[in-house]
Design a protein around this ligand. Structure first.
Ligand code: PMP
Length: 368
């Protein structure tokens, strides 16, 4: 296929050739006598709520296009979050919502020079891909040794070409949050015409009381967009629903670059139903947070150092042992996410999966 398109002189935009590929979490190897667990995509390990499954099954009009404005979902979210529905824009996962933000605010200036998007690194692996896809260039600011954003360095990296800054809290894959005071201080250092996206994909798992909550900030900061998802806490990763929250002056622009009908009515109905059963969702989230507490305490007991884990995952800064550890996890039928020679991210999964992960760590000779 490659040879054929070359022969026809067809090639993708230059910017695309340089993009890294998104590596989706691999399912675990099957190991004789062991139940396999997938701890590589920060998914919710619990099965869907029965009410959500019923809502999906009851959806009979899929021969029709969905409501392009996702009116029912935005109304339900508005009531749930205490924000006006006009401030909410939905998308196919928060990744869809993010691509919409970048397509709207970052690309090339009128003279063809690429805009800049500043983000921490390592952070969510989709950022460089989405930024490149939009035609902009990424400016990566290394996270500190403890896995936190270096906000001083990020503010210093903002130039007159910067259109967007991404903040990820809790940061995927390293785990720590940004505090409210951190973000307020940062916003004070960034020009008002730079869009600051606060990616809160894991917000529901956060237990630190001083953590930022973008919903409490965006009304006083017209350049802030909060990114949330139904993929993690609500366990609807397979249905693809996410959303942006920002002042109407920004959401108006975002609606222009929306992929029409990005959220199917099945996904919309499932998300509405999940919000209507928020008590059950919260109880499940708490059970995952409890498992996270057990895993982190277990790692500490074993003498492992891990960064603050406020999402549904832990980060093992294993350096040169990264790939080896991931391979050993595979032998225990656990799939984990290895990042080069930096470290391994392990999602909090089923109780049995977490226990097996701790056993693996107990026997592993190189600990961060
Ligand atoms: N942001 C962050 C920080 C994530 O980790 C993820 C998923 N891994 C996403 C956004 C995208 O999730 P989704 O598109 O499923 O909402």
């Amino acid at each position: 296929l490659e040879a054929f398109s070359e022969a026809a002189g067809i090639r993708p935009r230059d910017a695309l050739g340089k993009l890294p590929r998104y590596a989706a979490g691999k399912p675990p190897l099957t190991v004789e006598g062991l139940e396999s667990f997938k701890l590589s995509s920060n998914e919710n390990p619990l099965p869907p709520l029965p009410a959500v499954l019923e809502a999906i099954a009851a959806e009979t009009s899929i021969n029709r296009y969905p409501d392009p404005m996702t009116t029912a979902l935005r109304a339900e979210l508005a009531a749930h979050l205490g924000v006006p529905a006009t401030d909410i824009v939905t998308g196919a996962g928060s990744l869809g919502a993010l691509n919409q933000i970048l397509a709207t605010f970052a690309g090339q200036n009128d003279f063809g020079a690429p805009d800049e998007v500043v983000y921490a690194w390592r952070s969510f692996e989709a950022y460089p891909i989405s930024v490149g896809l939009a035609g902009a260039v990424g400016v990566q600011v290394p996270v500190r040794a403890d896995g936190t954003h270096d906000l001083e360095a990020m503010a210093a990296a903002v130039t007159e070409r910067t259109r967007v800054v991404m903040l990820c809290t809790p940061n995927n894959p390293t785990g720590p949050i940004l505090t409210h005071d951190d973000v307020v201080g940062f916003l004070g250092q960034v020009p008002d015409d730079v869009v600051v996206v606060i990616d809160e994909a894991y917000q529901e798992f956060v237990r630190r009381p001083d953590a930022v909550n973008g919903l409490g900030l965006y009304r006083s900061h017209p350049n802030v967009i909060v990114l949330r998802t139904f993929s993690k806490a609500h366990g609807l990763a397979g249905l693809r629903v996410g959303y942006s929250v920002a002042q109407q002056s920004l959401t108006e622009h975002l609606r222009v670059s929306a992929v029409p009908f990005a959220v199917s009515q099945i996904a919309e109905h499932a998300a509405v139903t999940s919000l209507r059963h928020i008590g059950e969702v919260e109880a499940r989230v708490q059970s995952i947070v409890d498992e996270r507490t057990r895993v982190v305490a277990g790692l500490h007991e074993l003498g492992w150092t891990v960064p603050e884990a406020e999402g549904n995952f832990v980060w093992l800064a294993l350096g040169e042992h990264t790939q080896d550890f991931a391979a050993q996890a595979g032998e225990q039928a656990l799939s984990v996410r290895a990042f080069g020679s930096e470290g391994v991210r392990v999602s909090i999964g089923e109780e049995a999966a977490n226990t097996r992960f701790l056993e693996l760590c107990a026997g592993y000779p190189h600990r961060p």
